[in-house]
Design a protein around this ligand. Structure first.
Ligand code: SF4
Length: 284
């Protein structure tokens, strides 16, 4: 059986930067807090917890004056205001690409446009983007959501950084006949687009795709979705231990891809385990 790993997969620039900042912060301070998990990967979070990074679900769980990490997804302006008022030391790991979306949403709102954020309603990144637009921007999960809205004449669109490009294109096509003026900021990050394209290309070449990454990771779930959409059998797993030997029945080629918050070691462990399962099947 042939196992190949998509070249463009695993940690992206923003995640690598956030982890580096967390490691530096935990070297400098005994205890550092992050508002929500720093990245959507349980194994990495456990390692960081051992180094002294505590995940707080709410600012109330963070003591006054403590070091507070803002994760790559970013946070709304109120979080910064409250943290400053309580003398917390802010370590801001907001990815610069996410920061750009927040700035665009703020700018278009100030220009008087009705701002639509293409993204997942429950995901922290679009929610923070809305907060940066004085709470006025509206999250839409796709062009199908437009019928629920009362659209203004002037509309601006930004996208959660991990959205697929064709969803943004579909939204723009659906909006054009309905508005007088439309501004579109393509805020999908390059790392996302490259990973999605490379994963789809791999999915088209193999019998089975394995997508490695946290179940809460939006970009990993999206990778699994688009690989599955090619028609190739696709499984989303967090660790190699979840691989089911039954999946390999009749399979000759397997492709592996991984979300932006998945360490390379986790990907290599999956490749190794797949080869072991294939060897065992061969001996049977
Ligand atoms: S996926 Fe893109 S926007 Fe998100 S953290 Fe990584 S580099 Fe930044």
């Amino acid at each position: 059986m042939e196992v190949s790993i998509v070249e463009e997969c695993g940690f992206c620039f923003g995640v690598r930067r956030a982890i580096k900042m967390a490691n530096e912060a935990t070297c400098e301070h005994n205890r550092v807090y992050s508002l929500g998990p720093l990245i959507h990967n349980r194994q990495v979070i456990e390692e960081l917890a051992e180094a002294g990074l505590t995940v707080a679900d709410d600012l109330n769980e963070v003591p006054d004056g403590a070091p507070l990490m803002i994760r790559a997804h970013g946070a709304g302006p109120e979080v910064y205001q409250q943290a400053e008022a309580r003398n917390m030391r802010i370590i801001d790991a907001t990815c610069p690409f996410v920061d750009r979306v927040q700035r665009k949403a703020r700018q278009f709102t100030e220009m008087g446009y009705q701002v639509l954020v293409l993204g997942e309603a429950e995901h922290p990144e679009p929610r923070a983007i809305v907060e940066h637009s004085q709470g006025q921007a509206i999250i839409v999960e796709g062009s199908q959501d437009l019928k629920k809205l009362s659209l203004d004449a002037n509309v601006a669109v930004v996208a959660q950084t991990t959205q697929p490009r064709d969803s943004l294109e579909a939204l723009v096509v659906a909006l054009l006949p309905q508005v007088e003026e439309l501004i579109v900021a393509n805020t999908i990050c390059e790392a996302t687009t490259t990973r999605q394209q490379a994963s789809v290309a791999k999915a088209r070449q193999v019998d089975l795709m394995i997508v490695v990454g946290g179940y809460h990771s939006a970009n990993t779930r999206r990778l699994a979705q688009i690989c599955r959409a090619t028609g190739t059998a696709t499984h989303h797993i967090e660790t190699a231990a979840e691989l089911d030997p039954q999946w390999l029945n009749g399979v000759v080629t397997v492709g592996i891809t991984a979300g932006a918050s998945t360490p390379l070691e986790a990907v290599q462990a999956v490749a190794q385990r797949l080869r072991e399962i294939a060897d065992n099947k061969h001996k049977e």
